[in-house]
Every structure is written in structure tokens, then in C-alpha cells.
Design a protein around this ligand. Sequence first.
Ligand code: 13P
Ligand code: SF4
Length: 369
Amino acid sequence: MTATPQVELFVPKVPGLPAAAPQPGSGAAAKRLGVLPMPSIEWNKQVEKETAYLYERVKTVVPPVEWPFFAPYVSAINRLKKERNAVILAHNYQTPEIYNCVADFVGDSLQLAKEAAKTKADIIIQGGVHFMAETSKLLNPDKVVLIPDIRAGCSLASSITGADVRLLRERYPGVPVVTYVNTSADVKAESDICCTSSNAVKVVESFGVDRVICIPDEYLARWVATQTKVKIIAWKGHCEVHERFTAAELRKFRESDPGVQILAHPECPPDVIEEADFTGSTSAMINFVKDKRPKKVVMVTECSMADNVSSETPGVEFIRPCNLCPHMKRITLPKILDSLVYLREEVEIDPAIADRARRAVERMVQLKS
Ligand code: 13P
Ligand code: SF4
């Protein structure tokens, strides 16, 4: 890109406290719709037969010895999903048995938000982290939205509060606020519009002004600044997974094979992005591998992505630096089954902020591509 990046980093005098841990759901949905008996979780011939086609999808990444543990959950979840008219929206970082065997839709944050906006299901189960489930709830206030583990947070979401955004607005009056979806509803409510890694540049430019506040991911904001002439005011939040990658480790991959393709997520530090051949959202990276079929590739992002793409792209060799997102990994098959049986944990959003937060998400979803 030719644009000269212009970034001003706002460092608050009193750093914002992490957002409070979300409270577990009240159980209102369970009272209204009832709990179901817990199905038997037994590996037998019937389960083996009915899940055989699903094992085909994961056999390169799930050893045969592990499948008898997963398959009874897969079978029970797929049965109960129909019974409950529920849909599972799973982020690209979910483990292969979730991504390939029980998810109805998979994708990056923007794709999942768009699916949430149009689903006809009565119940949405979010295979992902809490801010994603909140986004689904904002777009579906009358539906039951469940997160299988309420503790599935995000270091970016907990780096900023609504009060911090008000402080920024005081400091930069009249400057539009673009908020990454990786934030709480409280923060979204104080924002003009949301963005994801796949549309951040377009969202920033949609205001037609020369200065925009882009929070809370400093590195995403710095990357956006390299793609636009708009001056970016950033916040010092980081993704605890992507900030761990270093340019030196990427150079080592390149030295050992100059032909390797390096794909990085925009949440990576700028010097890491500079070493990469391509930068994009999780789905943009997946599409790159599917379309271009490089002989060897490194996905500089969360660990499960390589597993999920590799099963669909035979012939592509993946180098796998493994940084796990501990929040994404809280979502497991047993917890998803629990959600379907007991309708927990229900995501609720304070009505005092929900309408304003919804507006910011809807503006993003409605932005023409
Ligand atoms: P994507 O929108 O690119 O899927 O990113 C979400 C996320 O949390 C990455 O860490
Ligand atoms: Fe948050 Fe990073 Fe985990 Fe994504 S990978 S959910 S940004 S901590």
C-alpha cells in the first residue's frame, strides 16, 4: 500500500479496569422451554455408523483412538439441535470436531454476525467467545442465545470499558468512534459503528472524514492506518494470542524455506505483519489457502485454524506455530451438549445499553460490500 500510516496512540492516565465477568444467565429460557433428559453418551455400533461420514471430515486431525470420545457427543448434539430448533454458529478457531461435526455455520466474526442476523432458529448456540454471543443477542433480542461457557472472554474485550470510550470522546470531540466487535455491549453502546478485521478499512473510510478513533486493538488500528489516508486514533489493547508472535520466528520459517507463504491476522504486531505475504481476517486466510493452494503455508493466528483448513486442503503443508486462545478453547462438545439440554448459559444484555449497542452492530452489518 502507498498510504503513509498516521497513528496517534491514546494512552489513558488511569487505565480502564477489565470489564466485569459476565453473570451467568438467569435460566429464564430453561423455565420457559423446559430442560431435556441428558442423553446417554455411549460409544456403540449405532453411534459409530451414524457418525462415520463426519469422522471422514476430521480423520486427518482427530486420531481414531479419540473419536469414540467425541462421536457420542456429536450424535447427541446433532439430534438435540433439531429437537430444539437450534443453530450452532462456530468461529474459525473452534476445534475440528466442533467446526466440522456439529456447527451449522462457520466463519469469521463478520460472517457469524451476518448469519446471526438472518437465522430462523429459535436458539443460537455460539461456538466462540462471549463478545460474539453478545453480538448475536444484539441482533436477535427475542431469541435465546447461549454460550456454552460464560467465562469465554477475550483480552481485547476486557481492555476497555464504556467509560473509557466516553473519555476518548471528551478528548477528541466530534471524531467518530469505530469499535472492533471484540468488545462488550457496554463499549459498543458508546460507539458510532462496529468493525471486524475483514471490514475495518471500509468502515473507517465510510465516514469520509480525516480522523477516526479505532479501538481497542492497537495493532489492528496500526494495520488499518497502513491501508488508508485517514488518521487513526488507537487504544492500547492487544490480543493475547497474536501479540505473542514475533518477526524473528517468521524470518526463521522463511529462511528454512523461501517459498513458504506467510499469512498473518491483523491483530499481530506491525513487524510481524511486515514479514507476512498476506494479511486478512481468519476467513480471508482460509480462502487464500483454498484458492491459491500454496505448497507450504504458515497461518500466523490461533492454532485450530491450521487443523480446520488442512482437512479440506490435501497437498498443502502447514507449518504450525501453536498459540492457543484459552477463551475459545473453553468451548467443548460436552459443554455444547449441556447448553442444549439445560439451555445455559443464556446471554442477557442490559436494556439500558442494548439499543445503542445494536445500532452500532447493525450499521456495520448493513454496510454495503
Ligand atoms: P476474525 O473476525 O478475523 O475471525 O477475528 C476474530 C478474532 O477474535 C481473532 O482473534
Ligand atoms: Fe480475543 Fe485474541 Fe482470543 Fe480472538 S484470539 S478471542 S482476539 S483473545
